[in-house]
Design a protein around this ligand. Structure first.
Ligand SMILES: [Mg+2]
Length: 249
């Protein structure tokens, strides 16, 4: 049986690639670059859904027309990259023959995706959509060993510290070539507090989940140490309100 002979009546199961099969710890590196390991169980699960076209004795109890639906397929070399990755991680060529990689959204009976909400008749609010977070491997049991070794510096968030608060933002070291520019929100009271925001990479988040702590380095130029605090916050309305009241002193 060849993929072209698949009964057209088989229901299409559409499976997202990044974040469902590919662990995607490193984030997007380009349509042909697939650097991370499979999510635990992904390959075994995929194999259980598809026949091996080269195995004449493979049981014929399959139910789905499995299609991996990823935006990678629309880029030159993206489908080849996904095929190579699947072969590298244990699919046989015969199994690969059973999978299609559509460029356009297939008429699937089910889409498995890490960035979707199941519509149940209630339209999600702007907040629910804005605060939506996809599943990420950092929360999974057998996380691949991606713990950062040695010194791994955090980087300031790229873009405004908090959307909508740009008016009270300043950029330190904007034109100082020896330092990287740092956006900060400045308090309105006499303390002149500057709040910056540091975004962790996916690897750094995993490293923290695995026991790494945050270290703070500060150049004092041998002057008395200025009071320092470190805190966690996100992008919810509540976080924004807390931040504003903090800055008001
Ligand atoms: Mg995804």
């Amino acid at each position: 049986m060849h993929k072209n002979d698949l009964p057209t009546s088989w229901p299409i199961l559409a499976i997202d690639f990044d974040g469902v099969l590919h662990s995607y710890i490193s984030g997007w590196k380009g349509p042909r670059t697939i650097t991370d390991a499979p999510i635990a169980g992904a390959i075994e699960w995929l194999k259980s859904l598809i026949p091996d076209q080269d195995d004449a004795f493979a049981p014929r109890h399959y139910y789905f027309d499995v299609q991996i639906f990823s935006s990678r397929a629309r880029h030159f070399g993206g489908r080849a990259a996904m095929r190579r990755w699947l072969l590298r991680h244990g699919l046989t060529r015969g199994e690969l023959e059973s999978i299609r990689f559509p460029r356009l959204k297939p008429p699937s009976i089910l889409l498995i995706d890490d960035r979707a909400l199941r519509f149940d008749g209630t339209f999600p609010t702007v907040e629910q959509m804005r605060d939506f977070r996809p599943y990420r491997v950092g929360t999974m049991q057998p996380a691949p060993p991606t713990r950062a070794t040695g010194i791994d510096f955090l980087a300031p968030k790229d873009g405004p510290i908090v959307e909508g608060l740009e008016a009270i933002e300043v950029v330190y070291a904007r034109n100082q070539s020896e330092y990287n520019p740092l956006r900060s929100l400045i308090s309105t009271d006499g303390t002149g507090r500057a709040v910056s925001r540091w975004t962790l990479t996916a690897e750094q988040r995993v490293a923290i989940a695995q026991g790494n702590d945050i270290f703070l380095e500060l150049m004092t130029f041998h002057q008395p140490l200025q009071p320092i605090r470190i805190f966690l916050a996100g992008d919810t309305n509540e976080d924004r309100e807390s931040l504003l009241s903090l800055l008001e002193g």
